[in-house]
Ligand binder design. Structure first.
Ligand code: TRP
Length: 430
């Protein structure tokens, strides 16, 4: 069975709202419960520095978001749950990725472009009040994802571009330095990826139209009462299409419940009554978690312990991987030399082995001839070291090693003599 790695982060810049819950927290927690998944969830506090210069707010938001995820059922034993700034390998990787990312690519990133467009429209200097942090944001996000070689990243639509950029970073790093990264994919929950807010626009802190996830019951009710509707009176038929209230309901309701409200709209349900239905439905899902949330919020030390344990777990992976990446780019102890380097200089003239990692997390190699035609293909190894040792033996011993390692190789498709000849050539070349 192959394991799929999920990873997602929430910027610690505010209080979690229903949009975060529906678009990120809930699908993430659900996904983490599935078999054969390995999940990484983190508090993106370095990202928060891009938008916020109030230290107390960042700290408070970190607490609230951590408490929200835990209250929503995230099990820190089962997943890796950490705070971004507790993993120093992430900013370190950010620099390596910065050096393989085109500046022109970053010029096109939505967040940066929006800021520039806004300035330009107001006849201001295009980069007025734009920090380099905002400009570099996609690279930091790329590092978040690639640090753990996540396969799937559950995000809202507005983040798809960043995942594509992370794919590009993975590919361009791999192209230069060998296969180290798995290009990630965005995972969108189609029906409910973005939730409308109180004013009908996307629910977002920046529009000030949010409903806090753990607002007390009474406040939740009041906020829902404030969702925009039109002026149609009770008894007049209403359409669910374009109704923020209906869309929010849909994000919580079952198919049957949504169908029932659809019918009630057609039958002319009063807006006030529809709001009551929405309130009860949301509260039914949230109320049990609210109690857990209150308990956690009042116990920051408990959350701190959980986060530090999560960071230690994350670093079990990040630290050795970072060492591998440093080595790959040439940040090495002096005196070290690698086969890969030697290979590079003779690459065009000789057949060569390519080592890489697949989405299944296993390590593979193949032997290609000077023109790049596939001669030999391995099966998956548990570690890069095993793969490398097998390659070394094939290079040293040629044909006889083929038999020894037959169980780790795919049956040769083409001419077996070509394989033997290529190995002989390599042995001579070394
Ligand atoms: N930028 C994301 C947001 O604003 C948060 C985030 C940071 C993230 N790093 C990430 C999400 C890595 C997914 C993966 O919503």
């Amino acid at each position: 069975m192959t394991t799929v790695r999920f990873l997602t982060g929430i910027t610690t810049s505010g209080t979690p709202h229903l949009g975060n819950y529906v678009g990120s927290i809930r699908p993430s927690v659900r996904a983490s419960l599935a078999a054969n998944v390995e999940s990484y969830y983190f508090l993106a506090d370095y990202h928060a520095l891009i938008k916020i210069d109030e230290p107390a707010r960042i700290q408070r938001s970190t607490l609230e978001i951590a408490a929200s995820w835990l209250a929503a059922g995230l099990d820190p034993e089962r997943v890796t749950f950490y705070r971004q700034s507790d993993v120093p390998e992430i900013p370190e990787l950010t620099w390596l990725l910065t050096c393989v990312t085109g500046k022109g690519v970053l010029n096109r990133a939505h967040a940066y472009k929006a800021a520039v467009d806004k300035n330009t429209a107001s006849n201001l200097d295009p980069d007025m009040d734009v920090t380099a942090g905002l400009f570099m944001y996609p690279v930091l996000m790329g590092a978040d994802i690639l640090m753990f070689n996540a396969h799937k990243v559950p995000v809202g639509r507005d983040q798809i571009q960043h995942i594509e950029m992370a794919r590009d970073m993975a590919n361009s790093f791999n192209h230069r330095y060998g296969e180290h990264f798995v290009p990630p994919q965005a995972e969108i929950e189609e029906s409910v990826a973005t939730l409308p807010g109180l004013d009908g626009r996307k629910m977002s802190k920046s529009y000030d139209n949010t409903i806090p996830l753990f607002a007390p019951r009474e406040q939740l009710k009041k906020l829902i009462a404030g969702i925009v509707t039109d002026s149609r009176a009770p008894g007049e038929p209403k359409e669910p299409e374009g109704s923020a209230l209906f869309q929010i309901y849909q994000a919580f309701a079952s198919e049957e419940e949504a169908q029932a409200l659809r019918k009630a709209y057609a039958d002319g349900i009063a807006w006030g009554e529809a709001k009551q239905v929405l309130f009860e439905r949301i509260d039914r899902e949230i109320a049990p978690m609210r109690a857990a949330y209150e308990d956690l919020i009042n116990n920051p030390a408990k959350i701190e312990t959980i986060l530090l344990a999560g960071a230690a777990k994350a670093r079990q992976r990040a630290t050795p991987f970072m060492a591998e990446l440093r080595h790959a780019v040439g940040l090495r102890r002096l005196g070290e030399q690698t086969k890969a380097d030697k290979k590079k200089t003779v690459k065009t003239a000789l057949p060569n082995f390519k080592q890489y990692r697949e989405a299944d997390g296993r390590f593979y190699f193949k032997l290609v001839d000077a023109q790049g035609n596939l001669l030999l293909q391995s099966l998956g190894f548990a570690s890069p070291k095993e793969a490398a040792q097998t390659i070394a033996q094939l290079q040293r011993e040629g044909e006889s090693a083929l038999t020894v390692h037959a169980s780790h190789l795919q049956p040769t498709v083409g001419d077996a003599r070509q394989v033997v000849a290529a190995l002989a050539l390599l042995a001579a070349g070394n």
